[in-house]
Design a binder for this molecule. Sequence first.
Ligand code: IPM
Ligand code: MN
Length: 334
Amino acid sequence: DGKYMVSLIEGDGIGPEISQSVKDIYSAANVPIKWESVDVTPMLKDGKTVIPDSAIESITRNYVALKGPLATPVGKGHVSLNLTLRRTFNLFANVRPCKSIAGYKTPYDNVDTLLIRENTEGEYSGIEHVVVDGVVQSIKLITKDASERVLRYAFQYAQDVGRLKVRAVHKATIMKMSDGLFLSLANKMAKEYPNIEFDAELLDNTCLKVVTDPSPYNDKVLVMPNLYGDILSDMCAGLIGGLGLTPSANIGDECSIFEAVHGSAPDIAGKGLANPTALLLSSIMMLQHMGLTEHADRIQGAIFKTLAEGKTITGDLGGKAKTHEYAAAVIKNL
Ligand code: IPM
Ligand code: MN
């Protein structure tokens, strides 16, 4: 029927409520998408966390998935499902833009950062062991292949969107070998893109500078190893109002998963108080990725208009609206 199938992982906690907002807005906007609900309840197989075959089949078949928050246990317990998904589908690049929301006041104006995070290895490789009692070792794994893959993606992305400055963020002063490898590959790749201005910056310095004055980052694509990107992307999100407002895209060769970065917020789950904006904006990245740019622009415009009006916004933004009231306001603004 000319519709695209998209796998939908509603997620835990507030996941179903914010997913409902996306579904409602998409049907009101006549987006040619059919949602295929996917269950990702984890299973243990040979001591490893795996997701059900039906989920893998759905996402593989549909190439794109939208994902709500999945709770990640701290310390002991199963491996994060979020990571299992990234690993299962080899989603090697995580794209995280943070753009100021008109009408939502923060200490910074016109923030527009763009961060690309290596998404499969580094400290997230999951290789940890007790050496002797009281001494543990967690391995940070950096490979040439994964580094080149994400660097290539970043340079190509910069090229494609015309944001022609790439900056590698690293700590090669201390992580001489691992970050040293990442950095040298970045330098090498930069030579293949003579029209892109390339430089590098130490992570701690980036943190200091971005919270002091984010504006010099408005024309750059930042690319970095996994854990640095995890931390720095939250810092950038803080500049514009937090994780309730920032989207993210996990890009792979075979498929891509678009996800809100925030948690499952069990304290407000089921109460209709959650802000669906991050998931909505992630879905906009998905529409752009699918080439449905007109729908993307239209829905994004309605979201920004609703937020700028500031009348029908959720509690986290200082408003009183319920999740479904906010969604209804977005629909009105389509
Ligand atoms: C993120 C999250 C995840 C991460 C968690 C939920 C495993 O914080 O997407 O940034 O650490 O990558
Ligand atoms: Mn994070």
